[in-house]
Write a protein that binds this ligand. Sequence first.
Ligand code: CDP
Ligand code: CDP
Length: 195
Amino acid sequence: MSFIIAIDGPAASGKGTIARALARHYGFHHLDTGLLYRATGARGGDPVRAARALTPEDLDRDDLRSAEAGQAASRIAAIPEVRAALVDFQHRFAAQEPGAVLDGRDIGTVICPDAQVKLYVTASDQVRAARRAAELGADPAEVLAQLRERDRRDSERATAPLKPSPDAVILDTSTLSIGDAIAAAMAEVERLLPR
Ligand code: CDP
Ligand code: CDP
Protein backbone atom coordinates (compact mmCIF):
# COMPACT_ATOMS: atom_id res chain seq x y z
CA MET A 1 0.00 0.00 0.00
CA SER A 2 1.34 3.42 -0.89
CA PHE A 3 1.86 6.14 1.69
CA ILE A 4 -0.39 9.15 1.16
CA ILE A 5 0.17 12.69 2.41
CA ALA A 6 -2.92 14.90 2.03
CA ILE A 7 -2.37 18.66 2.22
CA ASP A 8 -5.30 21.07 2.10
CA GLY A 9 -5.69 24.76 2.72
CA PRO A 10 -6.76 28.12 1.28
CA ALA A 11 -5.04 29.98 -1.57
CA ALA A 12 -1.35 30.90 -1.09
CA SER A 13 -1.14 29.26 2.34
CA GLY A 14 2.07 27.51 1.28
CA LYS A 15 0.58 24.05 0.73
CA GLY A 16 2.09 23.61 -2.75
CA THR A 17 5.58 24.59 -1.65
CA ILE A 18 5.36 22.25 1.36
CA ALA A 19 3.93 19.42 -0.79
CA ARG A 20 6.75 19.72 -3.34
CA ALA A 21 9.41 19.76 -0.61
CA LEU A 22 7.96 16.67 1.11
CA ALA A 23 7.66 14.79 -2.19
CA ARG A 24 11.27 15.59 -3.06
CA HIS A 25 12.53 14.58 0.38
CA TYR A 26 10.70 11.24 0.49
CA GLY A 27 10.89 10.40 -3.22
CA PHE A 28 7.09 10.49 -3.49
CA HIS A 29 4.95 11.57 -6.45
CA HIS A 30 3.34 15.02 -6.17
CA LEU A 31 0.05 16.28 -7.60
CA ASP A 32 -1.10 19.89 -7.30
CA THR A 33 -4.82 19.11 -7.66
CA GLY A 34 -5.63 22.82 -8.16
CA LEU A 35 -4.13 22.40 -11.63
CA LEU A 36 -6.93 19.96 -12.54
CA TYR A 37 -9.54 22.64 -11.84
CA ARG A 38 -7.46 25.42 -13.40
CA ALA A 39 -6.90 23.34 -16.57
CA THR A 40 -10.58 22.38 -16.76
CA GLY A 41 -11.55 26.06 -16.59
CA ALA A 42 -8.89 26.98 -19.16
CA ARG A 43 -10.20 24.45 -21.71
CA GLY A 44 -13.38 26.53 -21.91
CA GLY A 45 -16.75 25.33 -23.17
CA ASP A 46 -18.93 23.06 -21.09
CA PRO A 47 -16.96 22.50 -17.84
CA VAL A 48 -18.26 18.96 -17.25
CA ARG A 49 -17.19 17.85 -20.74
CA ALA A 50 -13.88 19.69 -20.27
CA ALA A 51 -13.21 17.85 -16.98
CA ARG A 52 -14.02 14.47 -18.58
CA ALA A 53 -11.71 15.20 -21.52
CA LEU A 54 -8.76 16.45 -19.44
CA THR A 55 -5.35 15.00 -20.39
CA PRO A 56 -2.01 15.24 -18.53
CA GLU A 57 -0.78 17.62 -21.28
CA ASP A 58 -3.50 20.12 -20.24
CA LEU A 59 -1.74 20.48 -16.88
CA ASP A 60 1.40 21.84 -18.58
CA ARG A 61 -0.25 24.99 -19.99
CA ASP A 62 1.71 28.01 -18.82
CA ASP A 63 -1.31 30.30 -18.35
CA LEU A 64 -2.75 28.29 -15.44
CA ARG A 65 -1.10 30.26 -12.60
CA SER A 66 -2.85 33.57 -13.28
CA ALA A 67 -5.40 35.09 -10.91
CA GLU A 68 -8.03 34.81 -13.68
CA ALA A 69 -7.39 31.07 -14.05
CA GLY A 70 -7.75 30.73 -10.26
CA GLN A 71 -11.10 32.53 -10.25
CA ALA A 72 -12.38 30.47 -13.20
CA ALA A 73 -11.22 27.29 -11.44
CA SER A 74 -13.10 28.09 -8.26
CA ARG A 75 -16.33 28.75 -10.19
CA ILE A 76 -16.30 25.44 -12.06
CA ALA A 77 -15.01 23.59 -8.95
CA ALA A 78 -18.41 24.16 -7.32
CA ILE A 79 -20.09 21.92 -9.95
CA PRO A 80 -20.51 18.39 -8.51
CA GLU A 81 -20.20 16.67 -11.94
CA VAL A 82 -16.88 18.45 -12.59
CA ARG A 83 -15.51 17.21 -9.26
CA ALA A 84 -16.80 13.68 -9.91
CA ALA A 85 -15.06 13.59 -13.31
CA LEU A 86 -11.68 14.29 -11.65
CA VAL A 87 -11.86 11.71 -8.86
CA ASP A 88 -10.49 8.65 -10.71
CA PHE A 89 -7.37 10.45 -11.88
CA GLN A 90 -6.62 11.58 -8.30
CA HIS A 91 -7.21 8.09 -6.87
CA ARG A 92 -4.90 6.50 -9.43
CA PHE A 93 -2.27 9.14 -8.75
CA ALA A 94 -2.50 8.61 -4.99
CA ALA A 95 -2.06 4.83 -5.33
CA GLN A 96 1.43 5.11 -6.87
CA GLU A 97 4.29 3.47 -5.00
CA PRO A 98 6.14 4.28 -2.86
CA GLY A 99 3.89 7.19 -1.94
CA ALA A 100 2.16 10.36 -3.07
CA VAL A 101 1.60 13.90 -1.85
CA LEU A 102 -1.59 15.57 -3.08
CA ASP A 103 -2.43 19.18 -2.27
CA GLY A 104 -5.77 20.90 -2.74
CA ARG A 105 -8.98 21.65 -0.85
CA ASP A 106 -10.69 18.28 -0.31
CA ILE A 107 -7.86 15.73 -0.27
CA GLY A 108 -8.09 14.78 3.42
CA THR A 109 -11.87 15.10 3.54
CA VAL A 110 -13.08 13.54 0.26
CA ILE A 111 -10.38 12.25 -2.12
CA CYS A 112 -8.07 10.42 0.32
CA PRO A 113 -9.94 10.15 3.64
CA ASP A 114 -7.59 7.28 4.65
CA ALA A 115 -4.37 9.24 4.02
CA GLN A 116 -1.68 8.39 6.57
CA VAL A 117 -0.80 12.08 7.03
CA LYS A 118 -3.28 14.99 6.78
CA LEU A 119 -2.15 18.57 7.05
CA TYR A 120 -4.31 21.68 6.85
CA VAL A 121 -2.01 24.57 5.95
CA THR A 122 -3.33 28.06 6.58
CA ALA A 123 -2.23 31.67 7.19
CA SER A 124 -3.95 35.01 7.69
CA ASP A 125 -5.52 36.36 4.52
CA GLN A 126 -3.30 39.48 4.66
CA VAL A 127 -0.16 37.36 4.71
CA ARG A 128 -1.44 35.09 1.95
CA ALA A 129 -2.38 38.03 -0.26
CA ALA A 130 1.05 39.62 0.24
CA ARG A 131 2.75 36.36 -0.77
CA ARG A 132 0.61 35.85 -3.87
CA ALA A 133 0.95 39.53 -4.89
CA ALA A 134 4.74 39.20 -4.68
CA GLU A 135 4.63 36.06 -6.85
CA LEU A 136 2.39 37.61 -9.50
CA GLY A 137 3.86 41.13 -9.32
CA ALA A 138 0.30 42.36 -8.68
CA ASP A 139 -1.36 44.91 -6.38
CA PRO A 140 -1.74 43.38 -2.85
CA ALA A 141 -5.15 45.03 -2.21
CA GLU A 142 -6.55 43.63 -5.46
CA VAL A 143 -5.10 40.20 -4.76
CA LEU A 144 -6.57 40.28 -1.22
CA ALA A 145 -10.07 41.00 -2.58
CA GLN A 146 -9.82 38.18 -5.15
CA LEU A 147 -8.42 35.76 -2.61
CA ARG A 148 -11.23 36.46 -0.12
CA GLU A 149 -13.83 35.96 -2.85
CA ARG A 150 -12.27 32.64 -3.87
CA ASP A 151 -11.90 31.40 -0.26
CA ARG A 152 -15.53 32.27 0.44
CA ARG A 153 -16.73 30.44 -2.68
CA ASP A 154 -14.55 27.41 -1.87
CA SER A 155 -15.70 27.27 1.78
CA GLU A 156 -19.40 27.83 1.15
CA ARG A 157 -20.01 25.42 -1.74
CA ALA A 158 -22.17 22.38 -0.97
CA THR A 159 -19.87 19.76 -2.55
CA ALA A 160 -16.42 19.14 -1.01
CA PRO A 161 -16.07 22.57 0.63
CA LEU A 162 -12.71 23.81 1.89
CA LYS A 163 -12.48 22.79 5.55
CA PRO A 164 -10.01 20.90 7.71
CA SER A 165 -10.64 17.18 8.12
CA PRO A 166 -11.34 16.58 11.85
CA ASP A 167 -8.17 14.44 12.01
CA ALA A 168 -5.91 16.93 10.16
CA VAL A 169 -3.00 18.67 11.87
CA ILE A 170 -3.40 22.44 11.45
CA LEU A 171 -0.26 24.28 10.38
CA ASP A 172 -0.54 28.08 10.53
CA THR A 173 2.32 29.52 8.46
CA SER A 174 1.49 33.22 9.06
CA THR A 175 4.67 33.84 11.02
CA LEU A 176 6.79 30.96 9.66
CA SER A 177 9.49 31.21 7.02
CA ILE A 178 9.02 28.73 4.21
CA GLY A 179 11.93 26.69 5.63
CA ASP A 180 10.32 26.53 9.08
CA ALA A 181 6.94 25.62 7.56
CA ILE A 182 8.54 22.72 5.64
CA ALA A 183 10.38 21.57 8.78
CA ALA A 184 7.13 21.57 10.80
CA ALA A 185 5.35 19.56 8.10
CA MET A 186 8.24 17.11 7.89
CA ALA A 187 8.22 16.59 11.67
CA GLU A 188 4.58 15.54 11.36
CA VAL A 189 5.35 13.08 8.56
CA GLU A 190 8.29 11.63 10.53
CA ARG A 191 5.95 10.98 13.45
CA LEU A 192 3.65 8.88 11.25
CA LEU A 193 6.01 7.26 8.72
CA PRO A 194 6.42 3.51 9.32
CA ARG A 195 10.04 2.52 9.93
O1 CDP B 1 0.02 26.22 -2.94
P1 CDP B 1 -0.45 27.46 -2.25
O2 CDP B 1 -1.31 28.32 -3.10
O3 CDP B 1 -1.10 27.17 -0.92
O4 CDP B 1 0.82 28.34 -1.88
P2 CDP B 1 2.33 28.30 -2.44
O5 CDP B 1 2.30 28.49 -3.89
O6 CDP B 1 3.03 27.12 -1.89
O7 CDP B 1 2.92 29.56 -1.70
C1 CDP B 1 2.60 30.87 -2.10
C2 CDP B 1 3.83 31.75 -1.95
O8 CDP B 1 4.07 32.00 -0.56
C3 CDP B 1 5.11 31.12 -2.49
O9 CDP B 1 5.83 32.13 -3.17
C4 CDP B 1 5.85 30.67 -1.24
O10 CDP B 1 7.25 30.67 -1.39
C5 CDP B 1 5.41 31.72 -0.23
N1 CDP B 1 5.46 31.26 1.18
C6 CDP B 1 6.17 31.96 2.11
O11 CDP B 1 6.76 32.97 1.77
N2 CDP B 1 6.25 31.53 3.42
C7 CDP B 1 5.59 30.44 3.82
N3 CDP B 1 5.68 30.03 5.09
C8 CDP B 1 4.84 29.71 2.88
C9 CDP B 1 4.78 30.15 1.53
O1 CDP C 1 -2.68 27.79 -5.52
P1 CDP C 1 -4.02 28.25 -5.03
O2 CDP C 1 -4.30 27.74 -3.64
O3 CDP C 1 -4.22 29.72 -5.17
O4 CDP C 1 -5.14 27.64 -5.98
P2 CDP C 1 -5.28 26.15 -6.52
O5 CDP C 1 -4.90 25.17 -5.48
O6 CDP C 1 -4.61 26.07 -7.83
O7 CDP C 1 -6.85 26.01 -6.72
C1 CDP C 1 -7.59 26.80 -7.63
C2 CDP C 1 -9.06 26.57 -7.34
O8 CDP C 1 -9.39 25.20 -7.66
C3 CDP C 1 -9.47 26.72 -5.87
O9 CDP C 1 -9.84 28.04 -5.53
C4 CDP C 1 -10.62 25.75 -5.74
O10 CDP C 1 -11.85 26.34 -6.11
C5 CDP C 1 -10.32 24.65 -6.75
N1 CDP C 1 -9.82 23.44 -6.12
C6 CDP C 1 -10.75 22.58 -5.56
O11 CDP C 1 -11.94 22.86 -5.55
N2 CDP C 1 -10.35 21.39 -5.04
C7 CDP C 1 -9.06 21.05 -5.01
N3 CDP C 1 -8.71 19.86 -4.50
C8 CDP C 1 -8.09 21.93 -5.55
C9 CDP C 1 -8.50 23.14 -6.09
